[in-house]
Design a protein around this ligand. Structure first.
Ligand SMILES: [Zn+2]
Length: 349
């Protein structure tokens, strides 16, 4: 498979801007953004939910809904204003979020009766393209493959940081999912603990590989698409209408173990899912997408998979996580997973 290049550009604030591509990136930088004050996030233990809550009060100052002509993720060199990427072109760029919920500068706070911790970790932004309107469904498949390789690089590099216990690459798409910048991008969170949803999955996989157990059903009854390595499927226990998972047919702990063929097959599946959603709604479908990999680079129990949650109740009607979901953690569904399969199958062109 084609080799990729990685350039580590030192920003004016001494932070990194990584430029990944099939072509080597040599360009001299243009004007950079002004150095911004870095937040000092912290975490407080919520004894009621048994979980950490992260506070990053600087976040409310972050760029939201800028005027159409200003995009901080477009290449900035030839524009009248600086952006996050001070070059005229790039393939994929990764840099620390200026309004991070987890970073290395975080400091603890002291409040009587409250357990707190510094919010150490990393929050990165990953910009998929220099093209403002190219989402995963429009970009060439080679770019989606490059994206997978960048995720692999970030998994391996971020796990070298002793503070980071879990790496989660994810993407929020659409204003319905809280997106304030429309340029195609995702995020990578390096948490200083294993998040509760992953802890639960880890425990489940310790007991049994529930995905392998139902694999034949996933490949037949719930299947939307499959190739040699992966099945694109709706789990029979989905919590969202039109929830889709991409599941490797054999146990594998994370994408860092993929062969070249698996990287190609995986990229193809990701693009196929996004195209399916867009065909279904006949517009750019909002979704939350996340990669669930093992917290350990070696783990023969955890079964890697990707989950997509469109925030829809049925058809294009929005789903709000209301009383039962928010207060009790109990999802109430209008659409059966079996119905979702028959509906979405028509749009899996
Ligand atoms: Zn842009």
């Amino acid at each position: 498979m084609e080799k990729i290049h990685k350039r580590n550009f030192k920003r004016n604030d001494k932070k990194y801007l990584l430029l990944f591509g099939y072509n080597q990136h040599y360009e001299e930088s243009g004007k950079e953004l002004k150095i911004t004050e870095i937040p000092e996030p912290h975490m407080r233990w919520n004894p009621s939910r048994n979980e950490w809550v992260t506070y990053s009060s600087g976040r409310k100052n972050r760029t939201s809904f800028p005027p159409k002509e200003y995009c901080p993720l477009c290449p900035g060199k030839n524009l009248d204003f600086p952006t996050e990427i001070p070059f005229s072109d790039f393939e994929i760029a990764v840099f620390p979020n200026r309004w991070a919920s987890f970073n290395s500068l975080s400091r603890n706070i002291f409040l009587d009766g409250v357990i707190s911790r510094p919010s150490k970790g990393e929050c990165e932004v990953i910009v998929y393209s220099s093209e403002h309107s190219h989402t995963i469904s429009e970009m060439p498949i080679e770019r989606v493959e490059l994206l997978v390789k960048v995720w692999i690089d970030r998994y391996i590099e971020l796990y070298k940081n002793q503070n980071i216990k879990y790496v989660l690459p994810f993407e929020n798409r659409g204003e319905e999912c809280g997106v304030t910048l429309h340029h195609p991008h995702g995020q990578i969170y390096g948490y200083p603990f294993i998040p509760p949803a992953i802890e639960t999955e880890l425990n489940s996989f310790q007991k049994e590989n529930f995905l392998l157990k139902i694999m034949s059903q996933l490949e037949t009854k719930y299947n939307l698409y499959q190739n040699d390595s992966f099945v694109v499927t709706i789990p029979p226990f989905a919590r969202y209408a039109y929830e889709i998972w991409i599941v490797p047919k054999k146990q594998i702990e994370g994408p860092w173990k993929f062969t070249d063929i698996q990287i190609e097959d995986f990229a193809f599946c990701i693009q196929k899912v996004v195209k399916c959603y867009d065909n279904f709604l006949n517009k750019k479908c909002p979704y939350i997408m996340g990669l669930h990999a093992s917290p350990n680079l070696e783990d023969n129990k955890f079964h890697f998979h990707v989950e997509f949650y469109p925030p829809l109740r049925h058809g294009d009607k929005p789903k709000v996580l209301a009383g039962s979901e928010s207060m009790a953690g109990v999802f109430i569904m209008d659409v059966l997973p079996e119905e979702s399969v028959s509906i979405l199958k028509k749009y899996m062109s």
